[in-house]
Design a protein around this ligand. Structure first.
Ligand code: ADP
Ligand code: MG
Length: 724
C-alpha cells in the first residue's frame, strides 16, 4: 500500500507538473504576443498610408506657382529628393511586408506547436485516467483480498507485478514529458528569435518614421521658401507697375503741356503761313516764266561761245602753223649745231683757290668769268688779258652736281649703245682727280655715272636686261696695266678682235660685274689699294699716268633679243704741265716725253675727228689706240679742261686753255683753223719741244723742231696718212 500511496503521490505531482508546464508554456502568451505584433503592424500600415496621402498632397500643391523663378530650380531639386525619399519609403514598405510575412509564418508555426501540445496533454490525461482506474481496481482487489486472506499474497504479488508495469509506464511518460519539455524549450528559443526580429523591425520602422518626418520638414521648408519667393516677386511686380504708372502719368502731363504749346504756336504760325503761301504763288508764277527767259539767254550765249570758239580755232591754226615752222627751224638749227659741234665737246672747270696755293702775289686770282656768257673765260697772264671761248666754263663755285648735270646725257647715251669718253685734262693740282673721282663725301663723275647707270637700267628693267661691268687700267710710260688684276705689274697688250669686226680688246684685262653702289665702292677701293701698294708715291705716280675707268653696259631687249653694247671711258689724264729744259733728266724726262706724246696724240686724234679727216692717228699712243672705238664713229667725247685760278699757274693755265680751244676749234673753216692752230705753236710749246728729244718717228713728226710754222698739225696729218 505504501508503494501504491507513493505512486499516487507521484502521479499527482506529475499532473501538477504538467499543468504548471502548460501554464508556463502559455499558449495564450504566444498568442498574445502575436496579436500584439499584428496590431502594431496594422498601426504602422495605417501611418504609412497617411504619410503617402500627405506626400501626394504636397506634390500636388507646389506644381502651380511660379515657373522660371530662381526657386523653381530649388523646387525641382526638392522634388527629386522627394521622389528619392518615396522610393526609399517604397523599399521600406517592401521590407515591412516581408517582416509581416515572417511574423505570419512564425504565428502559423506557433499554432502548430500548440496543437501538438494539446494532443500531448490529452494523451497524458488519458494515461492518468487509465492509471487511476487501474489504481482503483487495485484498491478494490486489495480490499477483496483482505477479505480472503490466503490469496492475498498472490494478489500482492500480482499487484507487485502490475506495479512494475505501472513503473514502466511511468518512466515512459516521464521520457515523453522530457521530450515535450525539450520541445517547449525549442519553441521558446524560436519565440525569442522572433521577438528579436520584431524588435529590429520596430527599430527600422522608427528609423523610417524619423526619415519621413525629416522629409516632411524639408518639404515644409521648401514650400515655405517658395511661398516667400512668390510673395517677394509679387511685391516687385506691383512696385514696378506702380512706378511705370507714375512715370506714364508724368510723361502724359508733359505731353499735354507740349500739346498746349504747339497749339498756341500753330495759332501764331497761321498768319505767317498765309503770307508764305502768297509768296510761293508769286514765285511759282515767276518760275513758270523762267524757262522761256533761260532759253533766250542760252541761245544768245551759245551764239557768243560759238563765235569765240571759231576765233580761237583760227588763232590756234595760225599758232600751230607758226609752231611747226619754228619746230622745223629749231631742228635745222639743232642739226647745224650738231654738225658744228660734232660729237666732241670741250668744257673748262676752274678749281677754287686752296690753302695749298699759299699766300702773296703768287696766289692771287688770275681767272675771271663773263657774267652773261658761261662759255667765256678771261685770264690775266703776265698783265695781259686773254679770253677763250669753250662749249661751257664752270667757275670755281660750280659743284660736283653742276658738272655732272652737264655730262649726264652723255652717260645715259651709253645705255643706248653709244661709246663715250670723258677726259680730265690739266696740270697737276688743277682738279682732274677731284672732278673724276671726287672725295668720299662729294663723289665725282665716276661714281655718279655708275649710280645713274644703275638707276636708268633699273627703270628699263621691264623691257631690257642689262649687265654692267667695270675695268680699271692705267697707262704709264706707254705701258698698259690692269688696276683690278692680281698682277698689276703685268703689261697688257691691245689686240684686234679675232672675229674680224675690227674691234679692239685687251686680253687679260679684269672685268667686274657690278650691281650696286657697294660693288662700285669695292672695285674702286680694290683699284686704289692696288695702286698704293705698287707705288710709294702715289700722288706723283698718278700725276704722271693716265687712269682709266672703263664701264661697259650690255643690254638685251627681252622681247626682240636685240643686243646693245655701250662703253663709257672715264679718263683721269696725266698732268699736262711741261718740264723745263734744266729740271728734267733720266726717268723724269722719259715720263715727260711719254706724257707729252700721249696728250699730243689725244689732241691730234680729237682734232682729226672734229675736222672729219679721213685719217685719224689713233695708233700714235697707247691711250688713243685703246680708246679708238670709243672715239670714232658716232661716239661722243667730252674734254674737261681743269684750270688752276692762281697767278703762279697762269702759264700752264694758258697752255691748257689753248689746248682746249685748239681741240674745240678744229671744225672751223681752214683759214681760221690755221690761225687757231698757230696759237698751238706758242713760245711755251717750243720751250718744251726743245727739251724733249723724242726718239720715235711719230714723235719727231710731232715736234717738227725748229719749223714753228702754223701748219704743224696739217703736216703731221700729211706725214701720217700714207702710213695708215
Ligand atoms: P689733279 O688731279 O689735277 O692733280 P686734284 O684733283 O688732286 O688735282 O686737286 C688738287 C687739290 O685741289 C685737291 O686737294 C682737291 O681736293 C682740290 N680741288 C680741286 N678741284 C676742286 C674743286 N672744284 N673744289 C674744291 N676743291 C678742289
Ligand atoms: Mg690727280
Amino acid at each position: 500500500t505504501h508503494k501504491v500511496e507513493h505512486l499516487k503521490e507521484k502521479l499527482i505531482s506529475q499532473a501538477q507538473e504538467v499543468s504548471r508546464l502548460r501554464s508556463e508554456l502559455g499558449g495564450t502568451d504566444l498568442e498574445k504576443h502575436r496579436d500584439l505584433l499584428m496590431v502594431e503592424n496594422e498601426r504602422l500600415r495605417q501611418e504609412m498610408r497617411r504619410c503617402e496621402a500627405e506626400l501626394q498632397e504636397l506634390r500636388a500643391k507646389p506644381a502651380a506657382p511660379c515657373t522660371g523663378c530662381e526657386h523653381s530650380q530649388e523646387s525641382a531639386q526638392l522634388r527629386d529628393r522627394l521622389s528619392q525619399l518615396q522610393l526609399e519609403v517604397a523599399e521600406n514598405k517592401g521590407l515591412l511586408s516581408e517582416l509581416n510575412l515572417e511574423v505570419q509564418q512564425k504565428t502559423d508555426r506557433l499554432a502548430e506547436v500548440e496543437l501538438r501540445l494539446k494532443d500531448c496533454l490529452a494523451e497524458k490525461a488519458q494515461e492518468e485516467e487509465r492509471l487511476s482506474r487501474r489504481l482503483r481496481d487495485s484498491h478494490e482487489t486489495i480490499a477483496s483480498l483482505r477479505a480472503q486472506s490466503p490469496p492475498i499474497k498472490y494478489v500482492i504479488k500480482t499487484v507487485e507485478v502490475e506495479s512494475s508495469k505501472t513503473k514502466q509506464a511511468l518512466s515512459e511518460s516521464q521520457a515523453r514529458n522530457q521530450h515535450l519539455q525539450e520541445q517547449v524549450a525549442m519553441q521558446r528559443q524560436v519565440l525569442k528569435e522572433m521577438e528579436q526580429q520584431l524588435q529590429s523591425s520596430h527599430q527600422l520602422t522608427a528609423q523610417l518614421r524619423a526619415q519621413i518626418a525629416m522629409y516632411e520638414s524639408e518639404l515644409e521648408r521648401a514650400h515655405g521658401q517658395m511661398l516667400e519667393e512668390m510673395q517677394s516677386l509679387e511685391e516687385d511686380k506691383n512696385r514696378a507697375i506702380e512706378e511705370a504708372f507714375a512715370r506714364a502719368q508724368v510723361e502724359m502731363k508733359a505731353v499735354h503741356e507740349n500739346l498746349a504749346g504747339v497749339r498756341t504756336n500753330l495759332l501764331t504760325l497761321q498768319p505767317a503761313l498765309r503770307t508764305l503761301t502768297n509768296d510761293y504763288n508769286g514765285l511759282k508764277r515767276q518760275v513758270r516764266g523762267f524757262p522761256l527767259l533761260l532759253q533766250e539767254a542760252l541761245k544768245s550765249v551759245k551764239a557768243e561761245i560759238g563765235q569765240a570758239i571759231e576765233e580761237v580755232n583760227s588763232n590756234n591754226q595760225e599758232l600751230l602753223r607758226k609752231y611747226r615752222r619754228e619746230l622745223q627751224l629749231r631742228k635745222k638749227c639743232h642739226n647745224e649745231l650738231v654738225r658744228l659741234k660734232g660729237n666732241i665737246r670741250v668744257i673748262a672747270r676752274v678749281r677754287p683757290v686752296t690753302k695749298e696755293d699759299g699766300e702773296g702775289p703768287e696766289a692771287t686770282n688770275a681767272v675771271t668769268f663773263d657774267p652773261d656768257d658761261d662759255s667765256i673765260i678771261h685770264l690775266l697772264h703776265k698783265g695781259k688779258p686773254v679770253s677763250f671761248e669753250l662749249d661751257k666754263v664752270f667757275s670755281s663755285q660750280a659743284s660736283q652736281q653742276d658738272v655732272f648735270q652737264e655730262v649726264q646725257a652723255l652717260i645715259t647715251s651709253c645705255i643706248d649703245g653709244f661709246n663715250v669718253c670723258i677726259f680730265a685734262y690739266g696740270q697737276t693740282g688743277a682738279g682732274k682727280t677731284y672732278t673724276m673721282e671726287g672725295t668720299p663725301e662729294n663723289p665725282g663723275i665716276n661714281q655718279r655715272a655708275l649710280r645713274l647707270l644703275f638707276s636708268e637700267v633699273q627703270e628699263k628693267a621691264s623691257d631690257w636686261e642689262y649687265t654692267i661691268t667695270v675695268s680699271a687700267a692705267e697707262i704709264y710710260n706707254e705701258v698698259l696695266r690692269d688696276l683690278l688684276g692680281q698682277e698689276p705689274q703685268e703689261k697688257l697688250e691691245i689686240r684686234l678682235c679675232p672675229d674680224g669686226s675690227g674691234q679692239l680688246y685687251v686680253p687679260g684685262l679684269t672685268e667686274f660685274q657690278v650691281q650696286s653702289v657697294e660693288d662700285i665702292n669695292k672695285v674702286f677701293e680694290f683699284g686704289h689699294t692696288n695702286r698704293t701698294t705698287e707705288f710709294t708715291n702715289l700722288n706723283e705716280h698718278s700725276s704722271r699716268s693716265h687712269a682709266l675707268l672703263i664701264v661697259t653696259v650690255r643690254g638685251v631687249d627681252c622681247s626682240t633679243g636685240l643686243r646693245t653694247t655701250g662703253k663709257l671711258n672715264l679718263v683721269d689724264l696725266a698732268g699736262s704741265e711741261r718740264v723745263g729744259k734744266s729740271g728734267a733728266e733720266g726717268s723724269r724726262l722719259r715720263e715727260a716725253q711719254h706724257i707729252n706724246k700721249s696728250l699730243s696724240a689725244l689732241g691730234d686724234v680729237i682734232a682729226a675727228l672734229r675736222s672729219r679727216q679721213g685719217h685719224v692717228p689713233f695708233r700714235n699712243s697707247k691711250l688713243t689706240y685703246l680708246l679708238q672705238d670709243s672715239l670714232s664713229g658716232d661716239s661722243k667725247t667730252l674734254m674737261v679742261v681743269q684750270v688752276s685760278p692762281v697767278e703762279k699757274n697762269t702759264s700752264e693755265t694758258l697752255y691748257s686753255l689753248k689746248f682746249a680751244e685748239r681741240v674745240r676749234s678744229v671744225e672751223l673753216g681752214p683759214g681760221s683753223r690755221r690761225t687757231e692752230l698757230g696759237s698751238w705753236s706758242s713760245q711755251e710749246h717750243l720751250e718744251w719741244e726743245s727739251a724733249c728729244q723724242t726718239p720715235q718717228p711719230s714723235a719727231r713728226a710731232h715736234s717738227a723742231p725748229g719749223s714753228g710754222t702754223t701748219s704743224r698739225p696739217g703736216s703731221i696729218r700729211r706725214k701720217l696718212q700714207p702710213s695708215a
